[in-house]
Design a protein around this ligand. Sequence first.
Ligand code: HGY
Ligand code: MN
Ligand code: MN
Length: 408
Amino acid sequence: MGQFPINLEEAIEWLASFGGESDGGVTRTLYSQSWKEAQQALKGWLEEAGLLANYDSIGNLFGRLPAANPNAQTILIGSHVDTVKSGGKYDGAYGIISGILALIQLKQQFGPPAINLEVVSFCEEEGSRFPLALWGSGMMTGIYSFNDIRDIKDSEGISFETAMMAAGFGLSEFRVRNDIHTFIELHIEQGPTLEKVEKSIGIVKAIVGQKRFRITVNGESNHVGTTSMKWRRDALHGAVNMIHDLYKSVKEYDEDLVSSVGQLFVEPNVPNVIPNQVQFTVDARHPNESVLRSFCQQFTEMFENHAKKLDLELKVEMWHEVQPAQMDRKLNETIQRICTQNNFPSHWMNSGAGHDAQLFARICPTTILFVPSQGGISHSPLEYTSTQDLENGLGVLIQLLHQLAYNC
Ligand code: HGY
Ligand code: MN
Ligand code: MN
């Protein structure tokens, strides 16, 4: 391969090399060295492809295929460049790479569009370094301002601002754009549905809402051997009762409700000491905001009862929430027509994963389309999508953009 990839398959491996790990996973967290190298490499690729490349003031990277008309609006396509810790090669990366390849092909075949076409590599979506997610699209859609990151630190105590400035960003005002006419994201499904129903393209009706919590349970550390059970204030005993009931109560709702405890820390984490503090996370999701809200209220009350029974202190902090978002029906019907014309079997579905498209749906016609994930696996080094499936998605994206930006 030359300095820059010439096709999808090469590009996936090329981008995965930034933050690539020996087990085939990728870790590329916001403003880290591998994140900077990846954004810089993408910028080089954009420039080599003859697209106008630039960063905004927080590190979102753009590549623009300008319209002949200088007052034209912009169709934005893309996804996020950051990953979860030890994530896969496709989550986010596929949407950026397919956006670049689509613009390269459209530029070669049709020249300047009637509406600006711009690919974006959002700086952050996962929330995997700092307790804040969707930073890139959140700033672009007015959800966030610089005030929202003021007191945020990562697990090593590095502040968001320090990391942002060290990467060369956050040094000037953020300019909110008013020219975004449509947003389209191409993404792997990250679940098993398309494989199970044997379809090539997922047409997403809605993206579920999500609420993420940090739960802190405080008790009292003491000697495991000399403290009778009735005198203990065992934070881990309380936490396991809470977590057990969380999983039990999820089953009382419809199958669209999902929730998990993904992270758990025990202090002092010593075999013969009664734990005095436990911190764990709760991630809860549902397509309907009021169902999601009532589930979160229910588990909070349950946790309070368990804390009272064992004389423990409880803190429930919601650090991330995003509303469910409907995708644009007209865009989806166009995608459906393209799939039919190309004999790509398609399937209308919801997205259980959150995406940047969720925020853009608040400000402009937006949709996200999926390609299958092998075994439904994602957020793992085992994440895999076949080249044929990747190419199918890219083919639909190119034809969709041609219809939207040239034949309009
Ligand atoms: O967690 C999510 O839903 C997404 O992958 N960030
Ligand atoms: Mn993800
Ligand atoms: Mn993603």
